[in-house]
Design a protein around this ligand. Structure first.
Ligand code: FES
Ligand code: FES
Length: 153
């Protein structure tokens, strides 16, 4: 099946198998490997991307379901070679350990800040509750999202 999607601002027109997940489409067909493949069950959040501005587990969505949509992956957050404020905050707070979960955490944090620019700690925890970190760096990850929420305040 042929799909037309805009990924990180670039229009893509590609043939995909009907059973190809959005995650596999991004990683294998477009070589955007920032979104991680882990549980493939919608439980860990490592594959989180934005589709038309909404957070989705891309392992649970078929590529054909993203037809005519706008997809943003972790690779699409930096602009003109500069990290966005949330990415900067992850670095500043030392929120990255092995890094495997971080693209998904950042995308979930980005989605939260879009909807709620100044969340409380409880709201950050709730917003990131679908994203698991096997290194256990939750304190710094939440601090990073709170720090990003203060930028430009
Ligand atoms: S790989 Fe998609 S939720 Fe775990
Ligand atoms: S930083 Fe290692 S899994 Fe989260």
């Amino acid at each position: 099946m042929r799909i037309h999607v805009t990924v990180n601002g670039a229009e893509r027109d590609l043939e995909v198998a009907p059973n190809t997940t959005l995650l596999d489409f991004l990683r294998d067909d477009l070589r955007l490997t920032g979104s991680k493949e882990c549980c493939d069950l919608g439980e860990c959040g490592a594959c989180t991307v934005l589709v038309d501005g909404r957070s989705v587990n891309s392992c649970l969505m078929l590529a054909v379901e993203a037809d005519a949509s706008e997809v943003t992956t972790i690779e699409g957050l930096a602009k003109d070679g500069r990290l966005n404020p949330l990415q900067d905050a992850f670095l500043a707070k030392g929120a990255v350990q092995c890094g495997f979960c971080i693209p998904g955490q950042v995308m979930a944090g980005q989605y939260l800040l879009q909807r709620n620019p100044h969340p409380t700690l409880a709201e950050v925890r709730e917003g990131l509750s679908g994203n698991l970190c096997r290194c256990g760096g939750y304190v710094q990850i939440c601090e990073a999202v709170l720090a990003a929420s203060e930028v430009g305040r």
